[in-house]
Write a protein that binds this ligand. Sequence first.
Ligand code: NDP
Length: 334
Amino acid sequence: NQRWVLNHRPTAAVGPGDLTLQSTEVPDLREGELLVRNIYLSLDPTNRLWMSDREQYLPPVGVGDLMRGGTIGVVEQSRSPRFAPGDLVIPGNSGWQLYTVSHESSTGRVRTTQGVPLSAYLSVLGATGLTAYFGLLDICQPKPGETLVVSAAAGAVGSVVGQIAKIKGARVVGIAGGEAKCRWLVDDLGFDAAIDYKNEDVGEALDRHCPDGIDMNFENVGGPIMDAVFSRLRRNGRMALCGLITGYNSDGPLAGPSDFGRILMQRLTVRGFIVIDYMARAREAMADLGQWVADGKLRWKDHIVDGLENAPAALDRLFTGNHDGKLMVAISDL
Ligand code: NDP
């Protein structure tokens, strides 16, 4: 097997030497287990959190342990009556590795639809889609005519959030880095406006695009961008706190908005959420997401980097924005 292990905890952006690529034997299968050859590895901002020992929603990856990560793969050997070689699956307890031994009880079957690429089941029809769906619909609860602002809007989660909000009749303003990403949001995805935070004053642009204030904030970023949105949330506004990527590459607390009192004065609802808490309701979301994809109402991009050996270097793209769509690594061929 080939696998990346955490060598030591990074203190800034992940760099060479923070992880080590090891070659190991694949263990023999026990009853109920499957050998899965991974095809795609999902790279997520949260991978950087797992490398740190800050307080978080899962145990940190241990130093010397396999780097945790979501994969999709094909069963090569099976000692389970429930899975056969050739089945496409999402193995449990997977990681940055070529082969995963997965128990049948923690393995998810992937039912592909013709015309939808396999990578989509790690993005728009995977955890990314679920994050967007439940964060927006459960927490922001968009109503027709309301205004939503989503940050990291051209990213994997953000781009799906904005499109679902449009389907629900909301006005959508996205914040993204660079002209090309902003153009994609408005011209191709139907956002009402996009703000290029790398070249525009976000506060000024928000005043222009949301003169009556903001009803909903789907927050992916944190820092000054979040502050600019938060300080314009209007009465009974809702914030779905999905991520705070600006803080992931450093230690220490992830800072909140400067005007905490606004929650009181404007009767805001601010709720953080983690997608794994919604897994029991995945079917509900998948029915809608699958239909919207089939109807062409929901579009997405996957950014696929070739080769497991390139995973650590590729991860940094999430922090520089140097990727176009859901970032993943192609580990082996379908
Ligand atoms: P994306 O595809 O959105 O990639 C991350 C994007 O974040 C980059 O493309 C970049 O966009 C933007 N970004 C990075 N650093 C900064 C910065 N300093 N200032 C402004 N923007 C920045 O990744 P995901 O869709 O996978 O994740 C988006 C967010 O959602 C993350 O915060 C992640 O942790 C969170 N998340 C939370 C989940 C949950 O269960 N709560 C589940 C999945 C994701 P640009 O090019 O526009 O700068």
